[in-house]
Every structure is written in structure tokens, then in C-alpha cells.
Design a protein around this ligand. Sequence first.
Ligand SMILES: [Zn+2]
Length: 337
Amino acid sequence: MQLNKFIGITDLQDIDFSFCNYAMSKALTEFQEHLKQSRRIVALVGAGLSVSSGLPTFRGAEGLWKNFNMIDLATPDAFYIDPGLVWQFYSWRRHNALKAKPNAGHHALAQLSKVPDLEFLTITQNVDGLSARSGHNKNNLYEIHGSLFTLKCTSFMCNYIEKDNMKVPLTPALRDTEFEYQPVRRKRRMIDYDSITMEQTEELTDEVAISPQFVPVKELNEKDLPQCPVCQDGSLLRPGVVWFGESLPLQELNEIDDFMEGGPVDLILVIGTSGTVYPANSYVDRVMLQGGKAAIFNTDIDDKILRGEVANTWGFKGDGAELLPLALRPLIEKDEQ
Ligand SMILES: [Zn+2]
């Protein structure tokens, strides 16, 4: 029952303490005291949170898709040279993201986004749409790297954007390109009305054969790829994500700036990201300069932070899906009642 005192909560039964140690318990108590007094909070979310939903980080799994370097495919040049190849890569990414489910960490933030009288926003660097699908208030969710489920026109003259498009396949020619490996197809005997035995092909998605073969990359014509419904000349649509070498969306950044300048932010939650890369670091710095505090939830955290040696910064090492519901409990529990 020692822990009870440090954690500051009374019902211990349903909490898994396996990841708690003394330092973390102490940090958690201090963090929750600050959380309860916070009126303005920002959450900054990175790829680590989606790992718990089964989505690898971009640089994980050696960063390859069918022997292509993923980073090479996520560029404007790659799309210009071979839009068919890039659309096949994105078909696969859209399919993986749709298969994944928002985890308890996404849901905890979604609850926070709906707490009355709390000024809150989530800035996510993830394009997988999991925060949106967790029921997060869309008015205070900023997907600063875009979304796999947004399509936008490539024409400089056109600003057509379609959001929340979850269609698979996007065009008939992109059928099956969502699979990295050949899906197993099994013949099934069916009897038709004339009592003639027919064989039908049943598709068993995502079951991989013992010796998996890549689904071959198709050579696709531009006319077989998603087209802008507005442009007369049939401009291509592209994934609405921010590619390497592109700028972050100005309007979203401006709205985040407005929030940051609308009064001191009491607390920034840095989740599943090191917080040391732009723009994460700039937001953390701004909050700290205004007198706010930072809490980092990540599998990899600087030892100095974990030892409590960095001023106004707490570190919680582990899986955000497990840690966030526990850490945010003082605010989201209230919301449930
Ligand atoms: Zn267009």
C-alpha cells in the first residue's frame, strides 16, 4: 500500500503497477497535481503512440516497402516520376492504418479534448487518422503532417481537397495494391441454382502464405489513378500528406500559433516522440519559456529527465497506450462522471 500514497489514488485494483517504480510514482503524483491545476494544455503526438496500435514507425522494419526505401517514396519527386508507384505505396499504408485501431492512449486524449472549461489541443505528427477515429474533438486536433485519408489535387490552379476518404481500392487499377504480400486466395466450392458445381474464389485478406511473395508492383497509367473531380483536364489527386522536402500546412501552424499566443500554456504532453526535432522542440520550448511544464511519455527518454534532474519536466518511460489513461485520470475521470 506504499504505492497508494505516492500515486495519490485510492482504487488500486484495476491499475497495473508493473511499470511503476518509486521515481515514476513520485513524478506521477507531482504531474497529476499540476494537471489538475492546468487550464491550457497542448498534446504533441508522434509515431510512438501508433506503435501500440500495431503501426510501425516509418523508419522501423528497415524502412522498406517491397524493397523500396519508404523515405524515397514519400517525396514530391517520386510522385512526379512515378505516381502509380507512389499510389501503390499509399494504398498499402492506408490499408494498414484502417486495419489498426485507436488505442487507450488515443482514447485518453480524445476524452481530454472534450473536458469542459479546458483549453486543449492535440498536435499530431501522425498521418494514420487514429486520433480522429478515437473520437477526438476535430476542432482541436491538428494533423500537421496531413492524413493518409485526405486526397488533394496536384494542379497548382486547383485547391480541391477531399477528407476522410477511406475507400479501398481508390480506383479499380489499384485493387490488391494494398497488400504487400500476395494474399492467400482459396477456391471454395459453391453450388448454383442449376445444381452445377461452381468454383468461386474467396479472398482471404492479410493471410500470408508460408513463402510470401510480394504483390508485384504494377505499371499504372495516370488515367488509372485517382483523378480530380473538379479539374477539366483530369489532374491527378495525390495523398494529402506532407512529404519530405515540403512545408507544413501554414493555416494549421497559424492556428496553433494563435492558441500558443492566447495565454500561457500550463502543460505540454509530449507523446511517442523525442520532442527534440522541429516542430516538436519549438512547441516545447515556447511552453517552457512561458512558465509551463512538460511531461514526456515515450519508450526512450533521457536519463536526466527520468531522474528528475531537468527542471519542470517529467518523464514517463513506457507505452503511451498504458501510461496516458493512468496519468490523465484526474481530468478524464471527471469527464466520465
Ligand atoms: Zn483539381
